[in-house]
Design a protein around this ligand. Structure first.
Ligand SMILES: Cc1cc2nc3c(=O)[nH]c(=O)nc-3n(C[C@H](O)[C@H](O)[C@H](O)COP(=O)(O)OP(=O)(O)OC[C@H]3O[C@@H](n4cnc5c(N)ncnc54)[C@H](O)[C@@H]3O)c2cc1C
Length: 509
């Protein structure tokens, strides 16, 4: 039996392992930390449970695919609820729009708040989003590329995307559809998730708006860190070995250059050597080249490319009640818009008038904080470390500004526990340029132009995660795991005599 090693038990690594779990290969996941999750991590402090990374969980079906690939049952492993509203959007003039689940409910919300013309426009808009998703998902997202020519390997799909206006600009497209400026912001801010200003992002990135506003937003019991724990359980139930608290320091190669295994940091001289026929690496890709393949030049785009903006996240455990109208996800849109993205993305400065996300997971699961208390997750976009911000001074300033912002908006500020994470911290956690959101999804950094998930100079070495295809965010990295698993099974067909192994159960805390 061949052995496949997956480096990293973040969502990409766990998805890879689940997809490979029944491939006939022995699968070992090696994770440096003592718990699975990576960026989807968790901090427990003073009775508060903080999710450290993603809070907006979309595309439940992709999680189902991963768990099913390992023979698991998502409902049993990861109970979750649909959030309705998915978001509360609060605007600078004090007005608000709820992003409701289901077409009729959202249409009615738009009719009530913005008027009948925009409600009618929503019919056409949501149909357009669905068409974009249907053409992009199978042909351009859930697809392995070997060369840019693959883009035209399905000319009908490319023509359809062109016909749908996918190569036009998102901002002007949505502006043409809706008269109310609040809706224009609500349906385009998601471009930021791809590291792009809404005005200049290609319309094809509206597929993120589809995932967010149409497919719905979910919240798992126990918080977002329940997601990696469930995937780890699915994988280990299917026979995958999960080694936690073991850091990979080297990739071993055979004389012909192909992968031979890995070295794990350890007490014994030189560390532990673990032989492998294939390796899937999920470290942030530029960092992986530096640390594990130091003799290989990374793809050009890794050095010269544009990285997404970063974020400051302030985790706060507070005593007290919430202001009326608070929902699980609250986006506080500022007055400024295009100028904010200019500051953030073009000038590398803090947004002078920032929009912020406040997630209150205790609204859905009160067990995440002591009685009478709440968890607040406050996120403000910030430039990555290519920008001009001096984080030694900005860190304290941002913390003060965020506290004043919470007070202004009526959130409780009797702080019991807190943790602030800035771009310097993201860099220390192994994220290139201090951004957890990888290379931006500009067109020349997307699809076949993004760093490939195959390192051809080291046969048997593959990548998954946000630095490779298809890209950043929970749905994309789950797909990246499936695509990497396909690469492995193309490279290492299962032995003809392979039979499923007995289930080995490893307890995951
Ligand atoms: C603040 C924040 C907010 C976000 N919000 C959202 C959101 O709302 N919705 C959404 O969809 N996405 C969101 N994302 C993005 C999403 O969380 C990431 O794209 C995704 O979790 C990345 O998963 P990954 O497996 O590729 O990487 P990681 O989670 O970084 O996994 C890599 C793993 O490798 C391990 N590792 C590193 N070096 C070694 C080594 N040498 N040996 C062994 N193991 C090693 C790390 O410990 C880590 O566990 C957010 C991210 C952050 C940080």
């Amino acid at each position: 039996m061949s052995r496949v090693v997956v480096i990293g038990a973040g969502l990409a690594g766990l998805a890879t392992a689940c997809h490979l779990s029944r491939s006939g290969h022995e699968v070992v996941v090696v994770e440096a930390e003592h718990a699975p999750g990576g960026r989807a991590g968790r901090i427990d402090r003073d009775g508060y449970t903080f999710d450290t990374g993603p809070t907006v969980l979309t595309m439940r079906g992709l999680l189902d695919d991963v768990v099913s690939a390992a023979g698991g049952d998502l409902d049993a492993l990861l109970p979750m609820r649909m959030l309705d509203p998915a978001y509360r959007a609060k605007f600078a003039d004090g007005s608000q729009i709820l992003v409701r689940h289901g077409h009729e409910a959202m249409r009615e919300e738009i009719r009530t708040v913005c008027g009948p013309a925009d409600a009618a426009a929503f019919d056409d808009f949501s149909a357009w989003l669905k068409k974009l998703y249907d053409v992009e998902m199978p042909h351009f997202i859930d697809a392995n590329f070997d060369s840019p020519l693959d883009l035209v390997s399905s000319p009908a799909a490319a023509a359809r995307l062109l016909g749908l206006g996918g190569f036009g600009r998102l901002g002007p497209n949505v502006r043409r559809r809706f008269a109310d400026d609040r809706l224009r912001r609500l349906f385009t801010f998601q471009a930021m998730y791809a590291g792009l200003p809404p005005s200049s992002a290609l319309a094809l990135y509206a597929v993120i708006t589809y995932m967010d506003c149409i497919e719905g937003v979910w919240f798992p019991d126990g918080g977002m860190s329940a997601v990696p724990r469930a995937l780890a359980k699915a994988a280990t139930n299917a026979g995958v070995e999960l080694r936690l608290g073991q850091r990979v320091t080297e990739v071993l190669r055979r004389a012909d250059g192909a992968v031979a295994g890995i070295v794990i940091e350890g007490d014994s001289e030189g560390g532990e050597r673990l032989a492998a026929d294939a390796v899937v690496c999920t470290l942030d890709l530029p960092v992986a080249y530096r640390r594990l393949l130091p003799d290989l030049a990374p793809p050009r785009v890794v050095k010269k490319g544009k990285y997404s903006p970063s974020a400051v996240v302030w985790h706060v455990g507070v005593r007290g009640g919430l202001p009326e109208g608070t929902r699980h996800h609250n986006i506080h849109f500022a007055d400024a818009w295009d100028s904010s993205f200019d500051a953030l993305i073009k000038q590398g400065r803090m947004m002078p008038d920032p929009s912020r996300l406040v997630t209150v997971p205790t609204m859905s699961d009160p067990s995440l904080a002591p009685d009478g208390s709440h968890v607040l997750y406050v996120l403000e976009p910030a430039p990555n470390l290519d920008g001009v911000v001096d984080w030694k001074t900005q860190r304290g300033r941002t913390r003060e500004e965020l506290e004043r912002f919470l007070e202004r908006e009526g959130y409780p500020t009797d702080i019991v526990a807190e943790e602030l994470v800035d771009p310097v911290d993201w860099e220390a956690q192994g994220m290139e340029r201090g951004t957890p959101f990888a290379l931006a999804h500009t067109f020349p950094q997307t699809g076949p132009f993004r760093p490939s998930n195959v390192e051809k100079r080291v046969p048997g070495f593959f990548f998954a995660g946000s630095g490779t295809t298809p890209g950043v965010g929970v749905p994309m990295v789950l797909v990246s795991g499936k695509l990497a698993a396909q690469r492995v099974t193309d490279y290492l067909p299962a032995a003809p005599a392979w039979k499923p192994r007995p289930v080995r159960r490893t307890e995951v805390a």
